[in-house]
Write a protein that binds this ligand. Structure first.
Ligand SMILES: [Zn+2]
Length: 296
């Protein structure tokens, strides 16, 4: 993604901090919606109807008890009606989404790309929590996100003159005679190939060598979309960070396990999510630092 850093203050005339507070509140509200997605999508339930209800007593949750983060705190983490504990996951997702939105706003600025960045982290959070609980990355999220990524890569260069960072890298940098949206689309397809294709290849090689399924196709489909949006360099960077984080946590899990089962199932989507958001926010800077430091 390209980083333009337009100032909220210079455009709206309001202090920067107002922008951050607004983005935080908006993030908490979206987090509240993501809770519904995380709870209902794996069960193939509608995310629009019916309204939220207590999973224990079934009583509908009133609007004043459905304020992100605050209601859970005010109710002491219990249902107002039956006093059953409400999972800490609900305020945690709301707070995580709010903080992630603030991070994206800080990095991307008040820019046309801001909504794309916010959708990126919102989808990532939904996928990570669903994978943690159910060990799946639902097609109803990964497929539409791939289409969304391709559309953004076509529309943004035309509508806003956006130059995605991978368009300055080879082979796109050698395509100067072509319209920018075609250069952007080629970058998106290469990114999808680098993100999804490389994971698929690793899984295939592992399957041939060891005779076991190492990689779910959900991980591949997830990285098709993320790779398309990020471009091939940041897609590979995402997988590198994700594999590194996954290895550290995975070794910890294996050490703690009593039966030393080395085929411990780890929801890799969580780590790919961490890697992809790191790539979105800091990938370009980290690659530049690496090149300066280690490449002569
Ligand atoms: Zn209840």
């Amino acid at each position: 993604m390209s980083i333009f850093l337009s100032s909220f203050e210079s455009i709206t005339g309001m202090p920067e901090v107002v922008g951050f507070i607004f983005v935080f509140i908006f993030g908490a509200v979206i987090g509240s919606f993501l809770n519904v997605v995380i709870h209902r999508v794996p069960n193939e339930e509608s995310i629009v109807f019916p309204n939220s209800a207590c999973p224990k007593c079934g009583k509908a949750i009133a609007g004043y008890d459905n304020i992100p983060i605050l209601s859970w705190l005010l109710l002491g983490g219990k249902c107002r009606n039956c006093k059953e504990p409400i999972s800490f996951r609900y305020p945690a997702v709301e707070l995580l989404t709010a903080l992630s939105f603030v991070l994206v706003f800080w990095r991307v600025g008040f820019d046309p790309l801001l909504p794309v960045g916010l959708i990126f982290v919102a989808v990532t959070i939904a996928l990570m929590f669903i994978d943690a609980e159910h060990m799946i990355l639902p097609n109803v999220i990964t497929y539409p996100f791939f289409i969304f990524a391709l559309l953004m890569r076509i529309i943004y260069p035309i509508a806003f003159g956006t130059v995605f960072s991978d368009m300055l890298a080879l082979p796109m940098s050698s395509m100067s005679g072509y319209p920018t949206w075609i250069i952007s689309l080629v970058g998106a397809l290469l990114g999808a190939l680098a993100g999804g294709g490389s994971l698929w290849l690793v899984g295939e090689v592992w399957k041939r060598l060891r005779g076991v399924e190492a990689m779910g196709l959900g991980d591949v489909k997830m990285m098709l979309g993320f790779g398309a949006l990020l471009g091939w360099r940041l897609a590979l960077f995402s997988i590198f960070i994700g594999a590194f984080a996954g290895a550290v946590i995975g070794i910890g899990v294996i050490i703690k396990q009593k039966d030393k089962n080395f085929q411990a199932q780890i929801p890799f989507g969580i780590f790919l999510g961490i890697g992809s958001v790191t790539a979105l926010l800091f990938g370009e800077q980290m690659i530049a630092w690496y090149m300066r430091t280690f490449v002569p």
